[in-house]
Design a binder for this molecule. Structure first.
Ligand code: CUA
Length: 369
C-alpha cells in the first residue's frame, strides 16, 4: 500500500549524490517548516484573546535579529547552490572514455544502437561499472529518456542531438520510461535497462541481429549517397578530406571575408555539416555541398558519424571506400525525412578548451594543402 513512498532503487555512480542533494533540501525544508509552525502555535496560544500576556513596550526594531535572519538564510542558500551545482556539473559533463550508445525515440518506442552493430528495441543492455554516453534524437516529436534508478532524464528532440551519461554500478534490470507526453501511447513507451557483467555483455553483443558495425554501415551509406565523389582523393570537386577530421580543429570561413574562426570537429560539427552545410564553410572551400537534411534517417546520420569517427582514429586510415565510383546523389524515395525544423546541436556537449582546439591546427593546415 505504501509502495509509492519507496524510492526507486539506486544503481548508478551518480544516483547516491543526487539523492544526497535531494535529502539535504528536504531536511532544510522540513526543519524550517517545523520551526515556523512551532513558533506560530506558541505565539497564537501566548497572545490569544484574553490571555494575560504583557503587551506593553513591544520592540519595533532589533539589529541582531535582522542580521541573523539575513545572514543565516544567506549562508544556507549559498551552501545549497554550491552543493547542487557541484553535483549538476558532475552529472552533465560526459567523462572521457565513455562507451557510446545511440538512442532514437519515435512514437512509441525506443531504438538503441550499439556501435558494434547490435541494436535493440525498448531494451538497453550495458555492462556494469562502465561509463556510458548516450547520444539521442527523435524521429517525430519530443520524448524524454528517463531511467529512475540512475536518476537521469533528458529530452529527446527531433532534429537535434542531446547527450547524457551514466555509470551503472549494480547488476540487475531497471525501468526505462518516456517522461514527456508524446501522443496516444506515451504511457506504453517503456522498456528496461539490463545491467550485466562485462563477460555477459560481450556474449550478448555477439548474438543475434548483427548487420555489420555502425561504422561499416556508415561507410556503405557514404558510397551510396555519393559522398566519396567529392570527399574522396581522386574527386574532381575540391572538398575537404575526411580522414583524421573527427576531433581535429577546423578553420571556418567567416561571412563577408571576415577572416576565419576555429571550431572543434565534434559530433555537432559533423552532423551540422551534413544537414546544414551552408552554415559553416571550411576555410578555403566553396559552399557547394548540398544538404542531406531530408534524405537521412537519424539512424543513418549516426552511422555516417560513426564512419567518419572510424577513419579518424587510425592515422590517415582511409580505406577502400574512397576509391569507389560516386553513386548518384539523388534523394532516396524509400527513406523518411529527418523531422523538425530546428538546428541539430547537442545541448550539453562539453566545449573543448581553446588550447585543445588550437593544438593541432598546424597539422590540419598541412593536411589540407
Ligand atoms: Cu515518447 Cu512519451
Amino acid at each position: 500500500m505504501f509502495d509509492f513512498l519507496k524510492w526507486p532503487e539506486s544503481a548508478s555512480s551518480m544516483s547516491g549524490r543526487i539523492d544526497f542533494v535531494f535529502n539535504v533540501l528536504n531536511a532544510v525544508t522540513v526543519f524550517f517548516s517545523i520551526l515556523i509552525v512551532v513558533v506560530i502555535v506558541y505565539f497564537a496560544i501566548k497572545y490569544r484573546k484574553g490571555a494575560k500576556a504583557d503587551r506593553t513596550n513591544a520592540p519595533d526594531e532589533g539589529l541582531a535579529v535582522e542580521l541573523a535572519w539575513t545572514i543565516i538564510p544567506g549562508i544556507i542558500c549559498v551552501f545549497l547552490f554550491g552543493l547542487a551545482t557541484w553535483v549538476y556539473l558532475e552529472a552533465v559533463r560526459t567523462p572521457a572514455g565513455a562507451m557510446e550508445i545511440y538512442v532514437v525515440g519515435k512514437q512509441w518506442m525506443w531504438k538503441l544502437q550499439h556501435p558494434e552493430g547490435k541494436w535493440e528495441m525498448n531494451e538497453l543492455h550495458i555492462p556494469v561499472g562502465r561509463k556510458v554516453k548516450l547520444t539521442m534524437t527523435s524521429e517525430d516529436v519530443i520524448h524524454s529518456f528517463f531511467i529512475p534508478a540512475f536518476r537521469i532524464k533528458q529530452d529527446v528532440i527531433p532534429g537535434r542531438f542531446t547527450t547524457m551519461w551514466f555509470e551503472p554500478n549494480k547488476i540487475g534490470e531497471y525501468h526505462l520510461f518516456c517522461a514527456e507526453y508524446c501522443g496516444t501511447k506515451h504511457s506504453g513507451m517503456v522498456g528496461k535497462v539490463v545491467v550485466q557483467s562485462q563477460a555477459d555483455y560481450e556474449k550478448w553483443l555477439r548474438q543475434g541481429n548483427l548487420k555489420g558495425s555502425m561504422a561499416e554501415r556508415g561507410e556503405k551509406l557514404f558510397r551510396q549517397l555519393g559522398c566519396a565523389g567529392c570527399h574522396g582523393p581522386g574527386a574532381s570537386v575540391r572538398a575537404p578530406m575526411l580522414n583524421g577530421l573527427y576531433g581535429s580543429a577546423v578553420p571556418i570561413q567567416l561571412p563577408n571575408n571576415g577572416g576565419t574562426k576555429v571550431v572543434q570537429a565534434d559530433s555537432r560539427y559533423i552532423m551540422d555539416s551534413i544537414l546544414l552545410p551552408e552554415q559553416e564553410i571550411a576555410a578555403g572551400y566553396k559552399p557547394i555541398m548540398p544538404t542531406f537534411k531530408n534524405q537521412l534517417k537519424p539512424e543513418e546520420l549516426l552511422e555516417l558519424l560513426e564512419y567518419i569517427k572510424s577513419i579518424s582514429n587510425a592515422n590517415g586510415g582511409r580505406n577502400s571506400s574512397a576509391a569507389e565510383p560516386p553513386a548518384t546523389g539523388k534523394p532516396r524515395p524509400d527513406i523518411a525525412p529527418l523531422a523538425g525544423p530546428s538546428t541539430p546541436r547537442p545541448m550539453n556537449e562539453p566545449l573543448a578548451s581553446p588550447s585543445q582546439r588550437l593544438e593541432d591546427s598546424g597539422a590540419i593546415d598541412a593536411r589540407r594543402r
